[in-house]
Design a protein around this ligand. Structure first.
Ligand code: NAD
Length: 434
């Protein structure tokens, strides 16, 4: 199968490389020249575990290539995936300008029957909009089918998630041919027994938003439970364990912390609230989920002020900038809010992240960057754990204690044991625990 991936970001690059690895001939297209040059040279412009090896192998074996040439990439393809970004606009609605422009390019350059697969997260009804744009931009009428195939991969384990997903959702309204082609694309994965759910297009579009909104709801729910635990003397980690053992609930996504971030949950929660409004539905629950999350990103600030007093000139170490571990993605990361709030109060920030510093260097001003976690801690009045990187879990805390000016740790991800920390002589505060 000749597949073109429009958009070579986190989703497009992983999907493209994985589909190539399944034996397809894949061309990844992007408008970002620098990104494409890097991928072509085998240099990864983004951090995703395992991606570099996968890309290099498939390029070497001539199944994967990268280009900015729209015409060459689209003409002659059997299937074109749209994997461009769908950010939020100021009012929270989904900005579809990249999807629209991809659709226009497809209409302009397609020269044979195509299956067009929307992998970007788009509001219910977008497939109809994409169809219209393609029809308008076609010079001669060439048939095509439109499929919705939302992506559920998680950054940091994207390759595993793509190759062994919980499910593959494929929305097709008409066209047995399109359905068969989608089967053929995912044959390699289907063989592993992973369920493929064929739906209509609109339901597939909704499944993606409903999934992310449900996960975000669990996080905000647990963060509010954590607030009560903290005041009442309970431990939110134990509470999560206890409720997670209920098979109706399950144990995943029950970690309290400093709020969700990333390129998906915040924008998808906003997007679904907005879609609700368009259809006359006031999604009160999701509005609260968002409000709780915004509060949670700042939750740790008063605790720091209470402990350290006036923050003017105080040095604070920040461990972790990425919105979660194993990625360099800092979009909507809690670190950005925490650092900006601390700076407003006069604190001096020294930060370390194993992968994301090259990104934040362009975003955050007046931040000192450390070469490693120990260097970040050195001479600081307090340390804040913002991202749950494994290397922070296994760190030599006795050494950290010696390096810090004062042994004060605020753990926004509950990665340490409170009693052990106190026994070591730390002033230790976490989320929803004593
Ligand atoms: P990204 O910003 O990393 O990548 C998008 C890429 O599309 C960019 O490289 C951009 O230059 C390119 N692009 C924009 N317009 C283009 C055009 N007209 N032609 C060619 N390339 C174009 O975004 P992402 O994180 O990969 O997300 C893509 C979509 O997948 C979004 O809708 C997102 O919500 C969804 N999604 C993301 C994740 C994730 O974890 N990142 C997971 C599931 C779904």
């Amino acid at each position: 199968m000749k597949i073109t991936m429009i958009g070579t970001g986190y989703v497009g690059s992983v999907t493209g490389a994985c589909l190539a690895d399944l034996g397809h001939e894949v061309v990844c297209l992007d408008i970002d020249k620098e990104k494409i040059e890097k991928f072509s040279k085998g240099e990864m412009p983004l951090y995703e575990p395992g991606l570099s090896d996968l890309v290099k192998r498939n390029v070497r074996e001539c199944r994967l290539s990268f280009t900015t040439d729209k015409k060459a990439a689209i003409s002659g393809a059997d299937v074109v995936f749209i994997a461009v970004g769908t950010p939020s606009t100021k009012d929270g609605s989904v900005d579809l300008k990249y999807v629209d422009s991809a659709a226009e390019d497809i209409g302009k350059f397609m020269n044979n029957y195509l299956v067009i697969v929307d992998k970007s997260t788009v509001p219910v009804g977008t497939a109809d909009r994409v169809k219209d744009i393609i029809l308008k931009s076609q010079k001669t009428k060439i048939p095509f089918d439109l499929v919705s195939n939302p992506e559920f991969l998680r950054e940091g384990q994207a390759i595993k998630d793509f190759m062994a997903p919980d499910r593959i959702v494929i929305g097709v309204d008409d066209g047995a041919k399109a359905r068969q082609i989608m089967h053929d694309i995912y044959k390699g994965i289907e063989r592993t027994g992973k369920p493929v759910l064929f739906t209509d297009v609109k339901s597939a579009e909704m499944i993606k938003y409903a999934s992310n909104a449900m996960l975000a709801t669990r996080i905000s729910f647990m963060n509010e439970i954590a607030r009560i635990c903290e005041r009442a003397g309970a431990d939110v980690k134990i509470v999560a364990q206890g409720i997670g053992l209920d098979s109706r609930i399950g144990s995943r996504f029950l970690q309290a912390g400093i709020g969700y971030g990333g390129s998906c949950f915040p924008k998808d929660v906003k997007g679904l609230i907005h879609t609700g409004e368009e259809y006359g539905v006031d999604f009160k629950l999701l509005k609260a989920v968002e409000e709780v999350n915004e509060e949670q990103k700042r939750y740790i600030i008063p605790k720091i002020v209470k402990e350290l007093g006036d923050l003017k000139g105080k040095r604070i170490a920040i461990w972790g900038l990425a919105f979660k571990a194993k990625t360099d993605d800092v979009r909507e990361a809690s670190s950005l809010v925490i650092i900006s709030e601390l700076q407003k109060l006069g604190a001096v920030i020294k930060a370390f992240d194993p992968e994301a510093m090259h990104v934040t260097k362009n975003i955050l001003k007046n931040v000192e960057y450390a070469k490693n976690a120990y260097e970040a801690a050195e001479g600081c009045d307090a340390l804040v754990v913002v991202t749950e990187w494994d290397e922070f879990r296994g760190i030599d805390l006795a050494r950290v204690k010696k390096l810090l000016k004062k042994p004060v740790i605020f753990d926004g991800r509950n990665i340490y044991d409170p009693k052990e920390m106190r026994d070591m002589g730390f002033t230790y505060q976490s989320i929803g625990r004593q």
